[in-house]
Design a binder for this molecule. Structure first.
Ligand SMILES: NC(=O)c1ccc[n+]([C@@H]2O[C@H](COP(=O)([O-])OP(=O)(O)OC[C@H]3O[C@@H](n4cnc5c(N)ncnc54)[C@H](OP(=O)(O)O)[C@@H]3O)[C@@H](O)[C@H]2O)c1
Length: 216
């Protein structure tokens, strides 16, 4: 599969590339082609050191959208609307939102947009036939690039298009020990997104690292 990542030079984008680019063509998108090329070179190098060939490349965000069968929106919520305003071509694509609208005072808290969740904001901003699925919301970025570490977490996946959700769950299950669980329609994404500040607070107040969730 071809997976385009908008904002792919960031933590989650590069992390996904590290974990998926041996199996899938990953197009790391950026506003800056040089930044994208550098991020993809880093991924290729990291995998090469382990004897793994990486199918990762860098591109501007629009090219990542155009080339991707699946497009991951790996930008912070505050940059979502301006980013989507600058991009076209999402018709009929599977679009993954890992986006968590979080604010921070003394602690982290869920700061939902008027739409109810970031995923529903994505749905409103994209063409009607884009298939929006939320996934990867609750795994802190830290361990994605540490390829010697397993990612032993559950990934709650929400979406309204059954086929698209199935494809995304399959993708999740390819990564390390991740286990996708169907968390219902896209309207349930607010609940999933709100777990991330809980995780961040637990890590902060208990001096813990790599806190995650596992549904058993
Ligand atoms: N970090 C985590 O632990 C974590 C965990 C779960 C989910 N998430 C979610 O995943 C998404 C990505 O998180 P991240 O930590 O990877 O984010 P990040 O590293 O802070 O940023 C991702 C990318 O956004 C782009 N960007 C920065 N400012 C921008 C602007 N003004 N307009 C457009 N693009 C801009 C940058 O790419 P270019 O400069 O190359 O364009 C950057 O590499 C977020 O929505 C976050 O809530 C994060």
């Amino acid at each position: 599969m071809k997976i385009g990542i908008v904002g792919g030079t960031g933590h989650i984008g590069q992390g996904l590339a590290h974990r998926l680019s041996h199996n899938h063509e990953i197009i790391l998108g950026s506003r800056d082609i040089e930044k994208a090329s550098y991020a993809s070179e880093c991924t290729i190098k990291a995998l090469k050191e382990r004897g793994i060939e990486s199918m990762c490349s860098g591109a501007v965000n629009q090219e990542a959208v155009d080339k991707g069968d699946i497009v991951v929106l790996s930008v912070n919520y505050k940059n979502l609307e301006s980013t989507l305003d600058s991009l076209t071509g999402f018709e009929n694509k599977i679009v993954i939102s890992p986006i968590n609208p979080i604010s921070k005072g003394d602690h982290f808290y869920y700061d939902p947009p008027a739409d109810g969740s970031a995923a529903l904001a994505v749905k409103r901003l994209l063409p009607e036939n884009a298939k929006v699925v939320s996934a990867f919301n609750n795994i802190a970025a830290n361990k994605w690039k540490q390829l010697d570490d397993e990612l032993d977490y559950s990934v709650a996946v929400c979406g309204d298009d059954h086929e698209a959700k199935k494809i995304v769950m399959g993708l999740v299950n390819e990564v390390s020990l991740l286990k996708a669980v169907d968390a219902g329609p896209l309207a349930m994404s607010s609940v999933v997104e709100s777990i991330t500040p809980l995780i961040f607070n637990i890590a902060k107040y208990n001096d813990m690292k790599d806190v995650g969730i596992k549904f058993i």
